[in-house]
Design a protein around this ligand. Sequence first.
Ligand SMILES: C[S@@+](CC[C@H](N)C(=O)[O-])C[C@H]1O[C@@H](n2cnc3c(N)ncnc32)[C@H](O)[C@@H]1O
Length: 445
Amino acid sequence: MATSEEQYPFAIRPIPNKGYGCIATRPIAPGEIIYQEATIMHIPVPAQTLTETHINTAFAALPESQKESVLGLHEGIHRTDLHSKVMRIFKANTFGDGSACWLHPTISRFNHSCVPNATTHNDPCCLGDEAQIVAEKEIAEGEEIFFSYNNEMYEITTARQRKVLLEKQYGFECDCKACGGGEEGRVRDQRRVLIKALRARLHGLQTSDFRFLDDGGGEENEVAEMDLWVKEVPLKEKLPAEKRVAYNVLLGNLREAEGMPTEDIAVSYWHAAEAMLDQMMQMPDVVVLQWAKNVEHYMEKAIEVNERVRTPYDHESQTLRSAWKAMQSRPCLKVALAFLDGGLKVKGHDLMSVDDEEPFAIQITKTGGLVELYEYECNELFEARDDISVASQEDELPPDGILRTIRKKMSTEKLRSHIASHGVYKVIGAALTCAAPVAAYWMMR
Ligand SMILES: C[S@@+](CC[C@H](N)C(=O)[O-])C[C@H]1O[C@@H](n2cnc3c(N)ncnc32)[C@H](O)[C@@H]1O
């Protein structure tokens, strides 16, 4: 176990009931690279189809020194399907990306938490076959450093369900704060159930049913990821833009509240901004200023969250920044942001309001002129369009869906009384089936 304490900010130490683990030897700041190392035993086969022969062949091909370090790794559990020590070691320490599996001799010493303070980065474009452990939060000297062994799955399962998954895969019972039960555990479970529902809807799927995990997950040694996803059923209708906005914002908020990795939080806000822009573009001649502000707010949030743990020059930061630049060049957003930035003169129209009231929207006329619209004027315009669209045939994605969203904005009183009589979770439930941004807003208060 070769880590030099001067060179790296952690040491491998025995941890009660966990074998070894990695302890910070000094304070570590968010974004700091804790460790970086190359893979060994890289097997170009997905975990589901990995066989004993694959593992034995890859092990046999290693130089003697690497064989020794593999054999020194944690052996994992004695399952009936894992016949040799090498098999058990590989299963207990394996990393994978859906197309290959591999080991990292030192990174394998980090233990798991469902609320991790670090993440693994292994983007092959930037790191080749290396992986990094990067701090997600402030880590104090003496604190154990954890990453999540499968955040994609664990962020959508309750403590009881994770207990089955972790037991079958690794043979341990997690004692992190998300698995610790009590009131905190209950709130975390509810957040993760919502994250599951939102993620499914955003993928165009009905929510998967994980209740079989509550009953112990069956006789199998391991619950394959395939089993969990194969039950997915596509939604009958495409999710309209206003729901994608609401769901992504809520997903970002829930992930933040749950302390999930910043990369996932940033992606939620980025997708919310994209959906908001899609919503704006369904009505290209009327630019609602608040929607433009929302796009800007969600993108700024995505960039800020991402750069808590990455420099502006990292690949992910560059991707986000160039996505934001591309969005800003869309005519509707460009007009709105230029206007909000301090006035915009187009074809002799001075759009700065004569009084202090900010217009609700800007209308782009047929001749390309720009006209300010105040809220009452918008309502009249939208009502006229609603009347026309009621008469028109039903589209899969009605272009005037957004108009209805604005209407929903008017019914906050109804939501308020709903919360009073049914409680917040009923309202969240309602929002999951008929969400509008205003419902998401209420949920987050
Ligand atoms: C990849 S290894 C991690 C390093 C390992 N503890 C060692 O001694 O080398 C995975 C194994 O560590 C243990 N482990 C990891 N996270 C744990 C946790 N949160 N609680 C208890 N045991 C854990 C389990 O035995 C698991 O099979």
